[in-house]
Design a protein around this ligand. Structure first.
Ligand code: SF4
Length: 340
């Protein structure tokens, strides 16, 4: 049998849920889908209190019905279902969060999502550099994707990481990342999956057209969020500068996006959207940090990164709107770093 390589970064192992000390809790705002096996267990137990609160949503999924945006089983910041039946008997969504598994057949990457205050503190405020994801290549031809293409994408991600780990100021790094990713995207568009051609990126010094950052905030004003007040506040920050003191954190934010999403191009053939999404996250979070004078407040900054992730990164609707905008709208020009 072929062995699978499993990559588990150190920060993943260090994650510990803040439980009742969590300033947010994952049970706030999101729909929680209850998987069939867990639902069958609750039915077998005849637990009316639980079953009365689980109903089909518009897609037919069985979800927990929230009260005022909060899970009805949350008691004093702790899960009462877990207390009663143990961790194994809470639904998969709750048991697994904030862990995510990216399975590429020959290898699997276990990562953390940013939509939790504790992971935001660990990965972004803690300036994670994702070194454990370096050096990967596939050798098998039965993975369900083209081996040469996956190896090309792994090389693209590695080089993006190394640009982001440089000592340059953040905006300078991003200019190099944009130039490099445009080059990689052009190779993909021409079906040239040759790692050696990545060395031929002609110019890492950015010289593109200026795009008003107002367009980035304008795009956000059209997104679908749970918390309209947060969005209004975020959009109103469009004239705030990126604080230099958090350069390292913003680089980690882009590293996180590159780590999680570059390889999705194995089916989308799109690497530039990941970098544009990451740049948007850095611009909006940086502006919010400036507005709130949170440069010296790591907990507040973690919550700003987490909230952006929960509202924007983890919404399929928002991903569709942003991808359309990046591919066909005002921000479709490759260059969107503009006036920074
Ligand atoms: S958001 Fe994170 S820290 Fe908070 S309860 Fe959920 S997993 Fe724990």
């Amino acid at each position: 049998m072929n062995e699978k390589t499993i990559i588990v970064p150190d920060h993943y192992k260090r994650f510990v849920c803040a439980a009742d000390s969590c300033p947010d809790t994952c049970c706030k705002g999101w729909d929680i889908v209850v998987d069939d096996e867990t639902l069958a267990f609750y039915r077998e137990k005849g637990d009316k209190r639980l079953l009365e609160r689980i109903a089909p949503d518009s897609d037919g999924d069985m979800v927990i019905t929230f009260e005022n945006g909060v899970c009805p089983f949350l008691e004093g910041g702790l899960c009462s279902v877990q207390k009663r039946y143990g961790e194994r008997r809470i639904c998969t969504t709750c048991r697994v969060f904030p862990r995510v598994c990216h399975d590429y057949t020959e290898f699997e990457e276990r990562l953390l999502t940013l939509a939790c205050p504790e992971t935001a503190r660990l990965m972004i405020v803690g300036r994670e550099d994702f070194r454990e994801l370096d050096g990967l290549r596939v050798s098998r031809t039965d993975n369900g994707y083209l081996r040469e293409y996956m190896n090309f994408l792994l090389a693209v991600r590695e080089r993006t990481f190394s640009l982001l780990r440089s000592d340059e100021p953040f905006v300078q790094k991003m200019k190099s990342v944009f130039s490099f990713t445009e080059h990689a995207q052009a190779l993909i568009d021409n079906e040239i999956f040759d790692e050696a051609r990545l060395d031929g990126c002609p110019d890492l010094s950015f010289c593109g057209t200026v795009q008003d950052r107002a367009r980035i905030f304008g795009l956000h004003s059209r997104l679908d969020v749970m918390d309209e007040n947060w969005l209004a506040e975020a959009v109103s920050c469009k004239d705030e500068a990126l604080p230099d003191s958090i350069d390292g954190e913003l680089a980690s934010l882009v590293l996180y996006y590159a780590a999680r999403y570059t390889l999705t191009a194995v089916s989308s053939y799109d690497v530039i959207t990941t970098i544009k999404r990451a740049w948007c996250a850095a611009v909006v979070c940086g502006a919010l940090i400036s507005r709130e004078n949170a440069e010296n407040d790591p907990l507040r900054r973690a919550l700003i990164y987490q909230k952006y992730s929960k509202e924007i990164e983890h919404s399929d609707e928002n991903l569709d709107i942003m991808t359309d905008e990046f591919l066909c709208g005002e921000l479709s020009s490759q260059r969107m770093i503009g006036n920074y």
